[in-house]
Design a protein around this ligand. Structure first.
Ligand code: AMP
Ligand code: GLY
Length: 419
């Protein structure tokens, strides 16, 4: 099976690694990929992910059998639709089904119409009306750019002044461009968060283990939010009843709600959940694998990933029963100093060769210099993932290996996976 994988993060390195373990693994192209994905296939670094006709061209020229879409950008551009129109099997929802992630107002309306519990919200394109609404709420709220803002469009506010600042930033100063020309003002919820991933072909849903991302840049959840500084799976404090509720009353309900709206959803569906005092409530819905969640999930997947993605693309997921190991996994992101604000790149990465064989190092913001040395090239540079029969052991193994890797200014949280 020849596969084109789209994306260039740690998530795609983890997916490429797992795809390559399949008995049916043929050729793999990654567009654009990174030095980690290159281990398993050929990176097409010149690929413009925002040009559907170029993607189609690659697929036809390379005789690709199946396309796996990693990030949300290509989904929003309707790459899956262009490929499906040509009868090319795709893992990833259509542009209209991906609205679950690409339009917060679409997701909120769908959830409201189908009785899925999420924060109360209203959508605005006028700063004045949004500010009046926030004043009337007179309590903590969350301001979100309605469209995709590379994970940066959410401001959790304690005070009305913070909310007014965030509203003006998005609607008046257009800090997030057109993605923030409409905003959603939400009630603020309180509780711990968990990521609920599932494979679905629009009919059958196969749940993955739960995982927990750590978004703030510093220990104890301090500092600004990032794309994710670490992850662990599964959360031992998630009760069976909460798990069952999320799987049936959220994830499965979302898939059937989409089908009822005439939108077939094929890919990974990932509701971000908050465990509040009144039960689990949806924080956001993603139309793809999480990053760094994928890095912690793939080492636990015992089944063949090609069989699964193919069944999703061909709507035969009913025949597949993915198996997962009962081990815990902990993934720690090593980031560039300064991330998520400005940072420098081009620093030599060393020590990966000294890590244990059963520990995975998934590369993200990394590149090769002219002498083929591995260097930093982004904010989140790499993710180190260890697994063990207890969460504590998985943490210890991961941090032991993190400490063997160095680059100038490397920053990582020291509390990933501690409860
Ligand atoms: P998102 O980009 O939608 O995942 O939001 C980023 C983070 O903001 C989430 O992981 C939450 O920690 C926080 N957040 C988003 N919406 C809410 C909400 N309604 N109440 C409290 N926190 C929220
Ligand atoms: N882990 C957060 C995300 O992938 O959106």
């Amino acid at each position: 099976m020849n596969i084109l994988l789209m994306g260039n993060g740690g998530r795609e390195h983890a997916l490429a690694w797992k795809l390559s373990q399949s008995q049916r693994f043929g050729k793999l192209w990654i567009a654009p990929g990174n030095p980690g994905t290159e281990i398993y296939g050929e990176n097409i670094s010149s690929a413009e992910l925002d040009d559907p006709s170029q993607v189609l061209n690659i697929v036809q020229k390379k005789q690709v059998d199946l396309v796996v879409i990693g990030p949300e950008g290509p989904l929003e551009l309707g790459i899956s639709d262009v490929l499906r129109n040509e009868n090319i099997p795709v893992f990833g929802p259509s542009k209209s089904a991906a609205q679950l992630e690409t339009s917060k107002s679409f997701a909120n309306t769908l959830m409201r119409d189908h009785g899925i519990d999420t924060a109360e919200s209203q959508t605005f394109d006028s700063a004045e009306r949004a500010i009046n609404y926030v004043r009337a709420l007179n309590g903590p709220c969350v301001i979100k750019a309605n469209g995709l803002a590379a994970g940066k469009g959410v401001t959790v506010c304690d005070t009305i002044d913070e909310a007014i600042y965030a509203i003006n930033e998005s609607l008046t100063e257009l800090r997030f461009g057109s993605a923030g020309s409409q905003i959603v003002v939400e009630e603020r919820m309180y509780g711990w968060e968990t990521s609920a991933h599932a494979f679905t072909d629009g009919i059958t849903v196969r749940h993955m283990p739960f995982s927990c991302d750590h978004k703030p840049v510093f220990d104890e959840n301090k500092g600004p939010n990032t794309g994710g500084m670490g992850v662990y799976s599964s959360p031992p404090h998630l009760k069976k009843t909460q798990q069952d509720f999320i799987e049936t009353a959220v994830t499965e309900k979302l898939v059937s709600a989409m089908a009822a709206e005439g939108l077939t959803y094929q890919g990974t569906i990932y509701p971000g959940m908050m465990l509040t005092s009144s039960g689990p409530r949806v924080v956001e819905i993603n139309a793809r694998f999480g990053d760094p969640e994928t890095e912690a999930l793939m080492p636990r997947l015992k089944s063949d990933l090609i069989d699964i993605v193919e069944a999703v693309a061909n709507q035969t997921l009913n025949d597949i029963h993915p198996e997962w190991s009962n081990e815990y996994s902990v993934g720690v992101i090593m980031a560039s100093a300064g991330y998520p604000n400005s940072y420098t790149t081009g620093h030599l990465i060393s020590g990966i060769e000294d890590t244990d064989d059963n520990v995975q190092v998934f590369l993200a913001g990394a590149d090769r210099d002219e002498d083929n040395n591995l260097i930093t090239a982004g904010g989140r540079v790499l993710c180190v993932v260890g697994t063990a029969t207890t969460l504590e052991d998985a943490r210890e193994i991961t941090y032991d290996n993190v400490n063997r890797i160095t680059f100038e200014g490397a920053h990582f949280r020291t509390d990933i996976g501690s409860l």
